[in-house]
Design a protein. Structure first.
Length: 473
């Protein structure tokens, strides 16, 4: 007969996971060489804001730095907020030792062992919370039952967090999305000047496409040399073969993995459920579920189509699929060079990836009609088309202006007077048929978008896009 893990072992694990109880300096050792992400400051402000009684849920894919950022926040709580170290509990729920234990019981064990009552002023951090059964119902109750405890949680399988929280956590959870590194962050991480010459910037851009989405890959040369193993074993296998199947009862995780690999290989391409079902022999209902899971897990993003009038089709016929982290493509199918044919779709994927974490992505579509197509179209809240961009990894526009023909006709139809086309290295502003055309290298555009939607928006207190709906929304 198997013996249950005694509570004494759970308490011993608490001590191991919270070394700052006995030596605050260990935090510095754990965080040595770990860079600060642009999102740390706004997340820390959210974490320490006790004006609203809610648990803060840190979302994002695996290996983008969630656990590191949580520990960095703990260090700031102790050093800047003067919170007593023993009043901060960190629990990594991915560890099997916690399996089968109610979330509320984990907290009760800590309170009993430390002699705290239900009104104690504490910080409780649950890392990888989705591994606990019915976590969302327990956490909601705990927020209500322990008025002075600030609960913080993280999870890699955003599917579980997003979908379950909408059912059980309305009004008690506030989510914060941590995406893979943006190109602007990547440049900061490696200490490179984003205003450098375009030849140098493009070199960094190709490196970013190959391994730049994960902080660890930047800091560890061994990971960069074996990105396939890092991505395949530590990220994709856990998400596609374990997390999503266990959370949603997927009977054939290998089918999901093969389907995702196909999406990665074809990033930036237009697809439809009907055509995919025919090509893959996967039923349409299963494909709908796969897309839902992969999007909620923040592995892919879909842009939807509008016509030349900026209107969505009454019946959805197609969409473009992008991986949210460009280096997934490289890790699965090999590194890319600047002259590889895949660079066009990858450059487009990279630009879309700079928006995906932001609420501004909700205004982005692509346009296609019988005689034309535009990669990115911006539509305002009132339905007005306000911008258009064609994404290229080519300097052909320097010698041939026909590449902007559809942009010009689209702009004239909708009454705006500037459009944009990205290039590989060429920069120019010119006028075509009364419309001003900005030609800018796509790497430069990625830096600009990162600056706007990371540094500027975050500095203004504008957080990443919400994944959980508030009850009043």
């Amino acid at each position: 007969m198997l013996l249950q893990v005694p509570e004494s072992e759970i308490l011993r694990r608490f001590t191991f996971e919270n070394p700052w109880w006995s030596d605050v300096g260990i935090l510095d050792q754990l965080l040595e060489s770990m860079r600060l992400r642009s999102y740390l400051e706004p997340f820390f402000e959210l974490l320490t804001n006790r004006g609203v009684r809610r648990a803060v849920i840190l979302m994002g894919p695996r290996r983008v730095g969630k656990t590191v950022m949580l520990r960095q926040c703990i260090r700031r709580l102790i050093g800047e907020q003067e919170v007593a170290p023993e009043r901060i509990l960190f629990v990594s729920l991915e560890n099997p030792i916690y399996r089968g234990i109610r979330l509320s019981r984990i907290l009760e064990m800590f309170l009993e062992e430390r002699g705290y009552d239900r009104f104690a002023d504490l910080y409780v951090v649950f890392d990888e919370i989705q591994y606990v059964e019915e976590w969302e119902a327990y956490l909601k109750s705990m927020v209500d039952d322990y008025p002075n405890i600030r609960f913080v949680a993280s999870g890699s399988a955003a599917a579980a967090l997003r979908m379950k929280s909408r059912e059980s956590g309305a009004g008690r959870f506030t989510d914060f999305l941590l995406p893979p590194l943006l190109f602007a962050e990547y440049m900061d991480f490696i200490g490179a000047d984003p205003k450098c010459a375009i030849e140098s910037l493009n070199g960094h851009f190709v490196d970013y496409l190959n391994f730049g989405g994960f902080p660890e890959a930047i800091l560890d040369p061994e990971i960069r040399r074996d990105m396939h193993r890092f991505i395949a074993s530590d990220i994709l296998e856990k998400v596609l073969q374990r997390d999503l199947p266990s959370l949603y009862g997927i009977d054939n995780p290998n089918e999901l993995s093969r389907f995702f690999a196909s999406l990665v290989y074809n990033t930036g391409q237009e697809m439809s459920i009907g055509a995919l079902s025919t090509e893959t022999n996967i039923p349409k209902n299963t494909l709908y579920k796969f897309f839902t899971y992969l999007e909620a897990a923040f592995l892919i993003h879909r842009l939807y189509r509008v016509d030349q009038f900026g209107k969505r089709p009454k019946r959805e016929t197609g969409f473009k699929v992008y991986i949210t982290n460009p280096c997934l493509r490289t890790a699965m199918f090999g590194p890319v060079g600047p002259d590889d044919p895949i660079m066009g779709p990858l450059a487009e994927t990279a630009l879309v990836a700079q928006y995906v974490h932001s609420k501004h992505v909700e205004t982005r579509f692509y346009a296609r009609w019988d005689k034309g197509e535009i990669d990115l179209v911006i539509i305002g809240a009132d339905g007005t088309v306000i911008g258009a961009t064609e994404v290229k990894w080519s300097d052909r526009i320097q010698r041939e202006r026909s590449g902007v023909r559809h942009l010009i006709s689209f702009a004239k139809r909708h009454g705006f007077d500037t459009v944009e086309i990205t290039t590989r290295a060429h920069t120019e502003i010119f006028v075509a048929d009364g419309i001003k055309v900005f030609a800018i290298p796509v790497a430069r555009e990625c830096v600009i978008v990162g600056d706007v939607y990371v540094r500027e928006d975050l500095a203004k207190g504008i957080h990443p896009r919400r994944l959980l709906a508030d009850p009043e929304e």
